[in-house]
Design a protein around this ligand. Structure first.
Ligand SMILES: C[S@@+](CC[C@H](N)C(=O)[O-])C[C@H]1O[C@@H](n2cnc3c(N)ncnc32)[C@H](O)[C@@H]1O
Length: 440
C-alpha cells in the first residue's frame, strides 16, 4: 500500500486484519506486521511508524480512511490518553468476538496447543459501570489513571490523567471522586487511593497510600470530614515495591459481598473479583456437573469458588499466601455453613505436596497474571489430579502453563470459557477444564 515520507516521518496505509494481545490492531505492509492501537478489524487506516524493528513495527493512528463496521464512538472523553481502556472504539459484541480469537491464537502460538477445545464466550451483562474496585493515582487535586503507555514512552514519564468520572466504574465509586480530590489537596503526600465497593451492602473501603505516614487522627478527619457515611473504613498504607503495608485503619476494615446465594467477608487487603455483574455466572461456570471427591482450590482468596464448590464435593481445601484472605475464607466457611472446607496459607506447590499420598479429584488454579511457577507444575505432575480447572486473567501465561501440562500426555483439554470480566479493556479472563485421559 501507499507509502509517503514527509519530514522524516514514515506514513503508511494499512488494512487492519485483526486485533492481537494487548488490544492492538495488526496490519501488514511489505511482509512486515505493524501493530497499531485504537484500530479495528477490517478497517483501512493511515499510520505514522513510531517503532521499526527487523520483523515488526509499531504505528500511531493518524486517520481512519475506511472505518470498520464495528467502530463506535468512545464513551469517555479521556479515551486514547488514559491508559485504562483499549477497546472503547469497538462495539461490545466485536470486543468479545476478538477476545475469543486472541485467546485461541495465544493457546496455539504460545502454548503450541494442537487441538483447541470448544471455546464459549460469556459477555458482561453491561459493558460499562461494572467495576467495583478502583486504583487511582493522585497528586495535589489531580486524580485518575496513568497515561497510555505509548504517550509515556514518547515523553519518558507518565502523567496522571485527571478525570471527573470513569464510565467502567460503578457509579458509587464515581461519586467519591470530587471528595477524594479534596483529600489529595489537603494531604499532598498522598499518591494512590484504592477503593473496594460492595454493591450488596452499599458500602466502601478506602486505602490511602501516602509517602509519609497518615496518623489515626488524619484518617478520622478524612473519613468524617471529607467522605460520605457509606465509606465505612479508611486505612493508610505504605507502598514497598508491589506490596502495600497497612499502617493505620479507622472504622471497619471489611465489608461483605453476596454472590450465588453466598455471603463473603472481604477485608481491605483481600482480593475480590472486579466485575460484580458476572459474580453469579462466574461461580456457575466453575461448579461441577457431578459430585466431586477431595478437591484443592489454590489461590483461593476469600473462598469465592471454594465455598460454592464445597456443596458439590466431599471436601475442598483452599490455599492462598495472603493471610487476610485466609482469615476471610475461614470466616466465610463458617457463616455459610460449610464444614467440609479447610483453608491454609500456602503456595500451590506447598499445598499440593501435602496430598501426594491421596487421590485428588480436582485442583483449581486462579493465579495472578504471572501464572503458575516451575514448582507448582512439578508438583502438579506428581499429584496428577483427575481434573484441573484453571482460571486465568492472562492468556499468555495460561498458554505457557497449559502447553506444559498437555505435553505430559496425561490430560485432555475439554472446554474453555472466555468470561468478559473487563469490557472496554484488552484483559482476557478465561476458565479452562482439563481431565485425565483414561490409562492404557
Ligand atoms: C486472581 S486472585 C484469585 C482469588 C480467588 N480465586 C477469587 O476468585 O476471589 C489470586 C489470588 O492469589 C493469591 N496469590 C498470589 N500469589 C500467590 C502465591 N504465590 N501463592 C499463593 N497465593 C498467591 C492472591 O493473594 C490472590 O488472593
Amino acid at each position: 500500500m501507499e507509502e509517503k515520507k514527509n519530514d522524516q516521518k514514515k506514513v503508511l496505509q494499512l488494512k487492519i486484519d485483526k486485533l492481537v494481545s494487548g488490544g492492538n490492531g495488526l496490519g501488514r505492509h511489505e511482509n512486515k506486521v505493524y501493530f497499531v492501537k485504537y484500530t479495528a478489524p477490517n478497517e483501512l487506516v493511515e499510520i505514522e511508524v513510531i517503532k521499526e524493528k527487523k520483523d515488526y513495527g509499531e504505528g500511531r493512528l493518524l486517520k481512519v480512511i475506511i472505518p470498520s463496521n464495528s467502530r463506535v464512538e468512545p464513551v469517555c472523553p479521556h479515551y486514547g490518553v488514559c491508559g485504562g481502556c483499549q477497546l472503547q472504539h469497538i462495539s461490545y459484541e466485536e470486543q468479545v468476538r476478538q477476545k475469543v480469537e486472541i485467546f485461541k491464537e495465544q493457546l496455539q502460538r504460545v502454548g503450541k496447543v494442537k487441538e483447541l477445545p470448544p471455546v464459549e464466550a460469556i459477555p458482561s451483562p453491561q459493558p460499562y459501570g461494572y467495576r467495583i474496585r478502583a486504583q487511582f493515582h493522585v497528586d495535589s487535586g489531580k486524580l485518575g489513571f496513568v497515561e497510555d503507555e505509548t504517550l509515556r514512552e514518547i515523553k519518558g514519564y507518565g502523567d496522571i490523567v485527571d478525570i471527573e468520572t470513569c464510565p467502567v466504574l460503578h457509579p458509587r465509586i464515581n461519586e467519591l471522586i470530587p471528595d477524594l480530590k479534596r483529600v489529595s489537596v489537603e494531604y499532598r503526600n498522598l499518591r494512590e487511593v484504592h477503593i473496594t465497593y460492595s454493591p450488596n451492602r452499599d458500602e466502601a473501603l478506602i486505602k490511602l497510600i501516602a509517602e509519609d505516614r497518615l496518623t489515626k487522627q488524619d484518617l478520622h478527619r478524612v473519613k468524617n470530614g471529607f467522605l460520605p457515611p457509606w465509606v465505612v473504613g479508611v486505612g493508610s498504607y505504605k507502598r514497598i515495591g508491589r506490596e502495600l503495608i497497612r499502617q493505620e485503619f479507622v472504622g471497619r476494615d471489611y465489608t461483605f459481598i453476596s454472590a450465588k446465594g453466598f455471603t463473603y467477608r472481604v477485608t481491605a487487603e483481600s482480593f475480590v473479583q472486579n466485575n460484580y455483574l458476572l459474580w453469579d455466572r462466574f461461580i456457575e461456570t466453575i461448579l461441577p456437573g457431578e459430585r466431586r471427591g477431595y478437591c484443592l482450590d489454590t489461590f483461593c482468596g476469600i473462598g469465592f469458588f471454594t465455598i460454592p464448590f464445597s456443596e458439590h464435593a466431599f471436601f475442598v481445601e483452599g490455599s492462598d499466601m495472603n493471610h487476610y484472605a485466609i482469615a476471610d475464607a475461614n470466616y466465610n466457611a463458617k457463616i455459610n455453613g460449610r464444614p467440609n472446607t479447610l483453608f491454609l496459607r500456602a503456595t500451590p506447590s506447598q499445598h499440593m505436596k501435602r496430598h501426594l499420598d491421596k487421590e485428588i479429584d480436582t485442583v483449581l488454579f486462579d493465579p495472578p497474571r504471572s501464572g503458575l511457577d516451575r514448582r507448582d507444575l512439578e508438583v502438579l505432575k506428581e499429584l496428577q489430579p483427575d481434573r484441573i480447572v484453571y482460571v486465568s486473567c492472562n492468556p499468555s501465561t495460561l498458554a505457557r502453563d497449559l502447553g506444559k501440562i498437555l505435553s505430559w500426555g496425561i490430560y485432555r483439554y475439554d472446554k474453555a470459557y472466555v468470561i468478559d470480566l473487563f469490557p472496554q479493556t484488552a484483559h482476557i479472563e478465561s476458565v479452562n477444564f482439563l481431565s485425565k485421559l483414561p490409562e492404557g
